[in-house]
Write a protein that binds this ligand. Structure first.
Ligand SMILES: [Fe+2]
Length: 181
């Protein structure tokens, strides 16, 4: 079950809670089935439209966020221990699902070019991603990470996992946008 999602996200195996892992994969499988984007597209399209001539693909950026966040969380656990408990399963699930809503943000125009879908114009991926996660009964802790990972979340308090993913997402994006090299 969820073969496409499983192939795309071997990192889901890091989630120890099997039920949570299956829900994460269910969300991705559903998004892949309802997206105009194929796995090949995800490996090819730039991860952002806000960087001119961006050569980093959507999938490369998604993977980077998951891997960097896990390393960061492990270091924080090592240094802060019980002073800042981190739910690794929630962190990994949230990281994998962070931008899943983007799969619904795309449509193809009459010439087959990728454009923003009508739904994408109305609902940013933080909202559509949270909606998808709720549809598959992901826990609030994971929905929170998705919903608050971008600028919308700046209005709210975040969990430790939410803060980590917010910063990892932006620190792997902003240097491409406003760099000094
Ligand atoms: Fe995002």
């Amino acid at each position: 079950m969820y073969e496409r999602a499983r192939k795309l996200w071997p990192e889901a195996e890091w989630i120890e809670d099997v039920k949570l892992r299956e829900k994460v994969l269910a969300v991705w499988e559903y998004a892949l089935e309802h997206s105009v984007l194929s796995e090949k597209d995800l490996e090819e399209i730039p991860f952002t439209m806000l960087v001119k001539d961006c050569r980093v693909s959507f999938m490369t950026h998604k993977k980077a966020v998951v891997h960097v966040a896990v390393q960061a969380a492990r270091e924080m656990e090592k240094w802060f221990g019980e002073s800042m408990p981190i739910d690794m399963d929630a962190l990994i699930a949230g990281a994998i699902l962070l931008d899943v809503g983007k799969l619904l943000e795309y449509a193809r125009d009459a010439e087959g070019r990728l454009v923003t879908s009508p739904e994408g114009k109305l609902l940013r991926h933080t909202f559509s991603g949270a909606g998808l996660a709720m549809k598959f009964d992901l826990p609030a802790k994971v929905v929170h990470i998705i919903a608050y990972h971008s600028k919308e979340g700046d209005m709210a308090k975040r969990t430790p996992e939410g803060y980590i993913l917010h910063h990892v997402d932006f620190m792997t994006f902003e240097p491409f946008k406003d760099h000094l090299w």
